[in-house]
Design a protein around this ligand. Structure first.
Ligand code: LLP
Length: 446
């Protein structure tokens, strides 16, 4: 079968329909027999920056933002990019320039977003375990609103606001107890998990906010999970939010200014297409129009996932125990998703040569059997020194990377209109241990 083989110089490429769609989403085309992104040949990036390297296509990100924005054009809405998906400052700046707000889950992300030029009022501070210092920072920075996830957090927030004598705009992230079909590690909307205020505590939480002179209940929020392909659960969850909105209105609460539907829009990684924003809009827009307040969305993966790839070099081929291995220079420390979730990332040759396809395991150099990118994958017979691109790596790629095995984290490159820029240089090995002390008690024992 032709799967995995890229064909035809100068043509839109793709060995299978899904591979073609993935290349298209990333803005990858075959130029002079090799893959180029936004007019920049990937081999040139590898030569200049080395491998492994993450490459993101600015225009692909813009296209996704516009598609989502357009799908919801009929209802007032705001897109707050979930910074955790890819928090490089260049990506943040790009999304800010498109008019996005930002959804944050830590002081670090807050500082990044501010450094990238987001205005404090365009920030949403989410997260299930915010520290006192982080809540204080959010109040002092006067962020748009703080999504609280428990009664306990709310009580803490009230005390901090009182201590500072400053007001806080509050979102209540409820757990809508809706079932979603996704990997259990990234499903966040059922009962019995750590996220959101459980249904039976929402009334008490709302009362606490309504009675408090410094707290304002501004937003009702949910986040169902990640990589969702079915719009149905969004409708179910939104119905719960709207029900709650009516209940609050009947109790005289008039301050809710937005309904936050969270993120979670799935993308294509292989055969299965992602969630079409127009399909989602068709399902939830009528409800939103009826309900009144503007909608907030917190997509991460949808905006950046397809736009990025991880470029890696083949180090060796190896045959062992009846299996064929392709050993590459990127490892699970660079892209954890396959090891952690058995996630599928399509792997393509950068310079396709129309070779025979064989079944191989694509593995990294890290000392773990779980360090793999693909098991039993049909791949053309690539040789050491050649480049491979792992697609769909723009979200939850670099941000989840680590220094395991004392490996420097990869460089990040942004391409746009024929130009490339290193937006994060490869880490230096000396940086990895330069602040450690080999002999901390030497002075004391002398
Ligand atoms: N809002 C909240 C409150 C979230 O927790 C998340 C993601 C998002 C928005 C954005 O979700 P997205 O639109 O990107 O699906 N590491 C996993 C994904 C974890 C998602 C965590 N929360 C992965 O690699 O698939």
């Amino acid at each position: 079968m032709g799967e995995g083989v890229l064909m035809g110089a100068g043509r839109r490429v793709g060995g299978s329909a899904s591979q073609a769609a993935l290349l298209d989403d990333a803005g990858l085309v075959l130029q002079h027999g090799e893959l180029a992104m936004a007019g920049v040949p990937l081999s040139g990036i590898a030569r200049e920056v080395g491998t492994p390297v993450y490459v993101y296509n600015a225009e692909a990100i813009r296209n996704r933002f516009r598609a989502l924005d357009l799908a919801f054009a009929a209802v007032p809405h705001r897109i707050c990019y979930a910074v955790k998906a890819n928090s490089n400052l260049a990506v943040l700046r790009l999304l800010r320039d498109l008019g996005a707000g930002a959804d944050l889950v830590s002081a670090g992300e807050m500082q990044r977003a501010l450094a990238a030029g987001f205005r404090p009022e365009d920030l949403v501070f989410s997260g299930v375990g915010k520290t006192t210092a982080e809540l204080r920072m959010a109040i002092q920075a006067d962020v748009g609103h703080i999504n609280v996830e428990s009664l306990e957090e709310l009580e803490r927030l009230a005390v901090i606001a009182e201590g500072l004598g400053l007001p806080a705009s509050v979102g209540l992230r409820i757990n809508p107890d809706v079932t979603t079909e996704t990997h259990p590690y990234i499903s966040t909307s059922k009962g019995g998990i750590k996220f959101g205020v459980p249904h039976d505590q929402v009334g008490r939480a709302a009362d606490l906010i309504l009675r408090h002179p410094l707290l304002t209940l501004s937003v009702l929020a949910m986040h169902l999970g990640s990589q969702l392909r079915d719009p149905g659960p969004y409708r179910e969850g939104l119905e719960r939010l709207v029900g709650l909105l009516h209940l609050l209105r009947s109790r005289g609460c008039t301050t809710v200014r937005a309904l936050d539907l969270g993120g979670g829009l799935g993308i294509r990684y292989a055969e299965e297409p992602g969630l079409d924003p127009a399909e989602l809009a068709a399902v939830v827009s009528p409800l939103l129009e009826q309900a009144g307040p503007p909608a907030y969305f917190e997509p991460g993966r949808f905006l950046v996932g397809s736009s990025g790839l991880l470029l890696t070099e083949v180090l060796y081929r190896k045959h062992s125990g009846g299996r064929d291995f392709v050993i590459v220079d990127a490892g699970m420390n660079d892209l954890l998703r396959p090891s952690l979730y058995k996630a599928h990332h399509e792997i393509v040759e950068v310079a396709p040569a129309g070779r025979e396809v064989a079944t191989v395991d694509v593995v990294g150099p890290v000392c773990e059997t779980g360090d793999f990118f693909a098991l039993e994958r049909a791949l053309p017979r690539v040789e050491p020194g050649e480049l491979l691109a792992l697609l769909g790596a723009g979200a939850y790629g670099f941000v989840m990377s680590s220094n395991y095995n004392t490996r420097a984290r990869a460089a990040e490159v942004l391409v746009d209109g024929g130009r490339m820029a290193v937006v994060r240089p490869r880490e230096e090995l000396a940086d990895l241990f330069g602040r450690e002390r080999a002999d901390p008690f030497a002075a004391a024992t002398r």
